[in-house]
Design a protein around this ligand. Structure first.
Ligand code: ZN
Length: 381
């Protein structure tokens, strides 16, 4: 290399460093704008597969971990396309990530206290009514930091709000008006013949149904033969059921919407406090015998619970095509302490190859959702 060429190289490097420096200064000056433009998600599952396409049978191209944050490029159905550190992109199921952006939500309790701090002992700032629209900016341990459409700021219990998902932006409004309708408009018709099927579909409108995804947080539940935690499957299943029921005009209340620990008492208390028309707890089963398979559900109080348990199990068996091992009595906390009609369903054995491969296919949640929907229609009609 000659001296002249070296000089040109130094000149070039100097210009380049000025450009880089100015770029960094510019970025520092505008951090707020930079953050606002990018939609981000944080992984909440301990490990999460990143797939080539928005489909659980598509090729796994990477693995991400709890706490890692990624930019979202686009959303399709229940999938987010994320940008990986190597600039590659891939798809993750949105049941296993939490959105870092503001989320629109609706109040689901008749009266909801807004508090200064995320604590039951913190002073009440204001109250919100059923159906009020709020924006959630942050969540911690069962509390959501919100701003109401009237501008009130504070913290509310996440148990009494429902996040508006993309597919159901208009649903909460319908639910709110449903509450104000006269009983005649929501009562199932007793007409016979051709009217029967049509009117029975109305049977779910305005019902309050508590969905309880089993386990959560430190309580992972059982683990499938391919390493999936029960708590992640129950949440994804309950969210599919939630969507199906919201579309049918049901006032759905989730005991948890993300990977957090909640006690059994909190679960049954919520059902009691909300005077739920039905409470459904979702679980997946495990046996030391890998040959054991099939679906079962449990009731506690025969007269209060068993017809609900039978209706739900029959329809879920029909829609999933898995084996029916029957409705049984069991002394389970969430049922025993529940004043409302309640059932706990075990949606297959994660220890059994056939059950597990069915249960861990994305289509399974939709089949369960359809079954629960039909089972509730049978029960309420
Ligand atoms: Zn369980």
């Amino acid at each position: 290399m000659t001296k002249i060429k070296n000089l040109n190289l130094i000149k070039g490097l100097a210009i380049l460093s000025v450009i880089v420096f100015m770029f960094l200064v510019f970025q520092k000056m505008l951090p707020a704008y930079a953050n606002m433009s990018a939609s981000q998600v944080t992984v909440i599952a301990s490990e999460l597969n990143v797939r080539e396409n928005a489909d659980s049978s598509s090729k796994i191209i990477s693995l991400v971990h709890r706490g890692e944050t990624f930019e979202v490029i686009q959303t399709k159905n229940s999938w987010d396309q994320i940008k990986l550190p190597n600039n590659q992109t891939g798809w993750v199921h949105n049941a296993y990530v939490s959105s870092n952006n503001n989320i629109e939500a609706t109040v689901k309790a008749p009266v909801l206290n807004v508090r200064e701090q995320p604590s039951l002992t913190s002073p009440i700032v204001t109250t919100l009514k059923m159906g009020a629209n709020i924006t959630v900016s942050e969540e911690q341990a069962g509390w959501a930091k919100i701003v109401s459409s009237s501008g009130a700021h504070g913290w509310v219990s996440t148990y009494y709000i429902s996040k508006n998902t993309q597919q159901s932006v208009s649903a909460p409004t319908n639910q709110a008006t449903e509450k104000n309708k006269s009983p005649e408009e929501t009562r199932p018709s007793v007409n016979s013949g051709g009217q029967a099927k049509k009117t029975s579909v109305q049977a779910l409108k305005g019902k309050t149904i508590v969905l309880d995804p089993g386990h959560g947080g430190v309580d992972i539940g059982t683990t499938s033969i391919i390493g999936t935690h029960e708590k992640d499957l129950t949440l994804a299943t309950a969210q599919a059921v939630e969507q199906k029921l919201i579309n049918a005009g049901v006032n759905v209340i989730m005991t948890r919407e993300n990977d957090t620990f909640i006690s059994l008492k909190q679960r049954s208390d919520l059902s009691n406090q909300m005077h739920a028309d039905a409470f459904i707890s979702f679980h997946y089963n495990w046996s030391n015998d890998p040959a054991v398979s099939g679906l079962t559900d449990f009731y506690y109080n025969k007269s209060k619970d068993s017809s609900l348990a039978a209706a739900v199990l029959n329809e879920v068996v029909n829609t999933t095509g898995l084996k029916n091992i029957g409705t049984k009595f069991d002394d389970l906390y969430v049922l025993r302490n529940n004043s409302q009609p309640s059932v706990l369903i075990e949606l297959g054995f994660l220890s059994n190859k056939e059950d597990d491969s069915a249960a861990e296919n994305a289509a399974y949640n939709d089949k369960v959702a359809q079954g629960v929907y039909l089972g509730l229609l049978d029960y309420f009609s």
